[in-house]
Design a protein around this ligand. Structure first.
Ligand SMILES: Nc1nc(=O)c2c([nH]1)NC[C@@H]1CN(c3ccc(C(=O)N[C@@H](CCC(=O)O)C(=O)O)cc3)C=[N+]21
Length: 300
């Protein structure tokens, strides 16, 4: 049996990134004569979403940026939401716009995302930004996959030539993650719910990114000894004796994986905190671009 994996501390990495963002945000304010600003739009009352919106707002302010929160009623119609997005697009105090997903079923998500100015699309969900990512042009990259890439490069240095398997093909995580790994010259496989012999596919990988949304699906005996495992999943198990609120687990069976992997992200405290830190990073990058203030984006 191996020694066991080193645990990748996403929470600590995110704290360090936020400290660097705060320094750069203060410099931006000196040069631009205003703070960078992030607008977050929440439609409806989903309790989990409200928690994320609160912690985003708090961390935005802690980093020296303005946070504008817009909470709309669950029954808001699409036209009213599109009007709000138009106002935020035109507002010079707003550098980044995030419309919290999922939206209520009566609203067409793609219409709303397409209405956000690509220059303020700090989530990187607009098709202009996914197109830019896929052809290698500068734009905005979705926060979760960019956060995963930062952790991987911090742990491994160059990723050139490594075998990477991304499990999951969502527009938000799987597809952009694969594009980023390809740009780092990995050999990339995108696996998903219909992949045949998934354990064998995963066993080839030096890098595994699990983003399927199925609790503890990836088992230790699927993992090549020494591989680096990035767990994007956040699943709440049913309440039990020991965890009355339901334990938070990833898409990886941590107990077995930690025995075999070389390095692994925990849940919580891994990818989740990185997502918010990268959102703030993207907002500050947007602010410099939109205000025409020079900035070396590679420092964040
Ligand atoms: N337009 C849009 N952009 C998003 O980025 C977006 C969204 N909509 N909708 C909801 C999801 C979810 N999300 C999370 C961010 C951070 C944590 C996070 O920091 N989690 C902590 C703690 C979680 C807990 O304790 O509940 C952790 O993993 O350690 C989780 C989830 C961003 N999302």
């Amino acid at each position: 049996m191996t020694q066991g994996a080193s645990v990748i501390d996403g929470k600590a990495f995110a704290e360090d990134l936020r400290a660097r963002i705060a320094v750069a945000a203060a410099q931006f304010e000196v040069h631009a004569g205003r703070k960078a600003g992030l607008a977050v739009v929440l439609v409806g009352e989903d309790p989990a979403s409200q928690v994320y919106v609160r912690s985003k707002g708090k961390q935005t302010v802690e980093c020296g940026m303005n946070s504008f929160e817009h909470k709309l009623d669950e029954n808001t119609d699409e036209g009213a939401l599109l009007d709000l997005v138009e106002r935020l697009n035109a507002d010079p105090a707003v550098d980044g716009i995030l419309v919290q997903l999922p939206l209520p079923a009566h609203i067409n998500e793609q219409e709303v995302i397409s209405a956000i100015s690509p220059d303020k699309d700090v989530d990187g969900f607009h098709i202009i930004n996914s197109g830019r990512l896929s052809v290698g042009l500068p734009g905005f990259v979705p926060c979760t996959p960019l956060g995963c890439l930062m952790l991987l490069k911090d742990k491994l240095g160059s990723l050139c030539g490594l075998d990477a398997v991304v499990i999951g093909r969502s527009n938000i995580v799987g597809k952009p993650m694969a594009a980023l790994l390809l740009a780092e010259s990995c050999t990339v496989t995108i696996a998903h719910s219909r992949t045949k012999d998934l354990p064998d596919v995963v066993r080839r990988a030096d890098i595994i990114v699990a983003a399927v949304g199925r609790a503890e699906m990836v088992k230790g005996d699927w993992i090549k000894p020494g591989a680096t495992v990035i767990d994007v999943g956040i699943n709440r198990l049913p309440p039990s004796e020991t965890s009355p609120k339901g334990k938070l687990v990833g898409d990886v069976d941590y107990a077995s994986a930690v025995q075999v992997a070389g390095a692994i992200t925990p849940v919580p405290g891994g990818v989740g905190p990185m997502t918010i830190a990268v959102l703030l990073r993207n907002t500050l990058v947007a602010a410099h671009r939109n205000a025409g203030v020079a900035f070396d984006e590679s420092t964040l």
